[in-house]
Ligand binder design. Structure first.
Ligand code: ADP
Ligand code: MG
Length: 671
């Protein structure tokens, strides 16, 4: 069902949006149009007339006297039309599109861009989750490639940008139309902007039933999940070792008090067994039995605060009813459910684990992952790269405990200083956005399976230009969260947060220092791509240090025969001139090893940088070991260890360092 254009325009006028003066007429009564100022526009409306121009249902530049014959002609071509809207023709200007879509996961989304007939071809639009702030609305316009058309282009006067911002706020700001509409899709295309104001000359509204807003419960106390007094494993076999047995082994190695749940056996693999969860006195139960049996098992978990269902075969396998049954069983038992279809929880300080190879060090980095396998990789690879985790939770289908609920708890967890998220499912998007906006600690987000495609079923231009990918991007920007493109950057940004997250820095300047002009040029490109500005150095900042050309990136020789203290001296001198929030030091590892084994000079250099970091507590130093593959095995690990002990994160590429440094500068959202 679509609402007629003149009805939407009445709604807009009531909300204070300028629309052309007009009258609605049937097949006659055109003399009522005489009070309108010519030139006039004639538009037909009726069922199915969504894109009017395509149907030949819009005529511009008419005189009042032309109307009856023009209308009769339209009528003959469009037998189903229900009536006509005659309106004044607005003066030409810059045509924009302003739209809303109700996203099933993220809720109402505002779109603004260059519009009119070119909308789809230009694809120059910006997105924000509603409500948008006034500064957010201004930034939307400024971010358009075609923004110069608004601000005065080639001698043309600027359009009334303030009026445009006001219109965006009326549609998508606090208390705006988005709150009153059933979205669906809503679109003003075009809005004509001129130096003296903005007019919505077309309006389209396709209502749809909006999903009920999610009820926020106060987050559970997740401490017993991460640091359980005791753990139960359901599903380990006394005869044929399976997944459950593997978890029993992991837990035995971790040393947490453990019980197995088994219908007959008194013990499983040396672990005492009880017949059902009802007789297990534990804080956490891991369930690894076939999907069909899970609801029954979970139904016996009364008194166990957290149950994790590892098994797959629920919603993700086309069986949503079984998943609903599982959730009902958990509710009835009064337990909170993780999963189904996940791996479990990892927390060294709580002896919680789902990975082999023993527990890593306890630390301050948390991870919430929809994929258990990916979480396992991030733990193992991350620990090898020096990460130390506070809490890791895998949530799989997130049928009960959601990433947002965990995030709200982690944001107040004294052990957690930074959070990584791996998500695939935009369903809980709005709840997540709210949790991210409220969280004050740094967060990095990796989203898998983002599609750049607009909604296929969309009727409006807006719907066709809103994709999951673009909403995730908008959400990340609004919440001040770094969105990364792959697992390596997820770990890299977490390493940066771990090393530098608690460092209070001065200013926002970034300096890049290292050998080789070419590498410096490429570094500049890498930082530019990551959205990090490298300002030129202050004049005369390097007097007396014997560094030839002063640029940023700054070329300073570093090699096996160089003085390890030179770069620290240069950094010290520059920071005395002007505070630097970040100094990225790069080194060509290959140069240390081409003519023999020169590991020691490289270590000496890393130690010298450690000294520099200690001397400059308000600057974040980051090291890039370019061409590290040229070093013998173990050397990079040792460099990472030396630097890490001094609080310096290490990257193998400039690109990875640039992403991390960009994340460090992006801590506050721009809703
Ligand atoms: P549709 O998008 O359904 O094809 P519109 O109402 O947007 O129909 O009209 C098509 C085009 O005609 C608009 O993009 C705009 O350029 C122009 N137009 C429509 N109404 C007016 C008006 N009142 N004043 C000026 N131009 C108009
Ligand atoms: Mg239109």
């Amino acid at each position: 069902m679509s609402v007629h254009e003149h009805e939407v325009k009445a709604l807009l006028a009531g909300a204070g949006v300028a629309v052309p003066r007009g009258v609605v007429v049937g097949d006659d009564g055109f003399d009522r149009a005489r009070e309108l100022a010519e030139p006039l526009v004639l538009k037909a409306f009726g069922p199915g007339l969504v894109h009017k121009s395509d149907a030949g249902a819009v005529l511009l530049g008419l005189r009042a006297a032309d109307l009856p014959s023009a209308a009769a002609d339209m009528r003959s071509r469009l037998p189903d039309l229900a009536g006509f809207l005659v309106e004044e023709q607005a003066a030409a200007g810059v045509e924009l599109i302003v739209g809303l879509v109700g996203d099933p996961g993220f809720g109402p989304v505002l779109l603004a861009g260059l519009g009119g007939v070119w909308t789809e071809a230009l694809r120059d639009t910006a997105l924000r989750l509603c409500p948008v702030s006034e500064s957010g609305a201004r930034r939307m316009l400024a971010s358009l490639r075609g923004a110069p058309l608004l601000y005065g282009h080639r001698g043309a006067p600027p359009v009334d940008v303030d009026a445009l911002v006001k219109l965006l706020m009326t549609v998508g700001g606090p208390g705006g139309l988005w709150e009153r509409l059933e979205l669906g899709e809503f679109e003003l295309n075009p809005v004509i902007a001129t130096p003296s104001g903005v007019t919505a000359v077309d309006a389209r509204y396709l209502p749809a039933e909006s999903p009920a807003p999610v009820a926020h419960r106060a987050p559970a106390d997740f401490l017993p999940l991460f640091e359980p007094r005791a753990v139960a494993v359901v599903g380990a076999s006394s005869s044929r070792p399976n997944f459950g047995n593997m978890f029993l082994d992991f837990y035995k190695a971790a040393g947490v008090p453990l019980v197995a749940v088994h219908p007959e056996a008194d013990e499983v693999a040396g672990v005492p067994a009880v017949p059902s969860l009802a007789s297990a006195d534990v804080d956490y139960a891991l369930v690894a039995v076939p999907a069909e049996r899970c609801p029954e098992v979970v139904g016996q978990a009364a008194g166990v605060p957290f149950v994790q269902v590892m098994s797959g075969g629920f919603g993700e396998a086309g069986r949503p009813e079984l998943e609903a049954e599982l959730v009902d069983a958990a509710r009835a038992a009064g337990t909170r459910l993780l999963g189904p279809n996940c791996m479990g929880v990892y927390c060294p300080r709580g002896r919680q684990t789902f990975v082999g190879g023993g527990l890593g060090p306890a630390g301050s980095v948390a991870l919430i992952s929809q994929s258990g396998g990916l979480a396992g990789e991030v733990i193992k690879v991350g620990e090898r790269r020096g990460l130390a985790f506070s809490r890791v939770a895998t949530v799989g289908n997130a049928a009960d405990v959601t990433p947002a609920e965990l995030l709200r708890w982690l944001a107040r967890d004294p052990e957690t200083q930074a959070v990584g998220l791996y998500l695939e499912d935009p369903r809980g998007g709005r709840e997540l956005y709210e949790a991210l906006s409220a969280a004050e600690l740094p967060v990095v987000l990796l989203v898998g399976g983002r599609s750049g495609q607009g909604r296929r079923a969309a009727v409006s231009h807006t719907g066709g230009m809103v994709s999951d990918l673009r909403i995730w991007e908008a959400m990340a920007e609004q919440a001040g969260v770094t969105l990364v493109a792959g697992q390596d950057d997820l770990i890299g940004v977490l390493a940066y947060f771990q090393a530098h997250g608690s460092r209070a820095v001065d200013g926002d300047q970034v300096l890049v220092v290292g050998p080789s002009g070419g590498a410096g040029v490429l570094a500049a490109d890498a930082f530019d791509r990551a959205g990090v500005r490298l300002d030129p150095l202050p004049e005369d900042a390097l007097g007396g240090l014997g560094v030839a050309a002063a640029g940023n990136p700054l070329e300073v020789p570093v090699g096996p025969r160089g003085r390890p203290g030179l770069v620290p001296e240069v950094i010290g001198a520059l920071v005395r001139h002007r505070p630097y929030a970040d100094v990225v030091v790069h080194v060509n590892v290959q140069a240390f090893f081409t003519y023999g084994d020169a590991a020691e000079p490289l270590y000496a250099y890393a130690r010298a940088l450690g000294g520099a970091q200690e001397a400059l507590p308000r600057t974040r130093i980051t090291l890039v070991t370019r061409n590290g593959e040229c070093a013998p095995a173990g050397v990079e690990d040792e460099v990472r260890r030396i630097a890490g002990a001094a609080g310096i994160p290490v990257y193998r590429t400039m690109e990875a360092a640039a992403v991390a440094v960009a994340a460090g500068g992006r801590r506050h959202g721009t809703a």
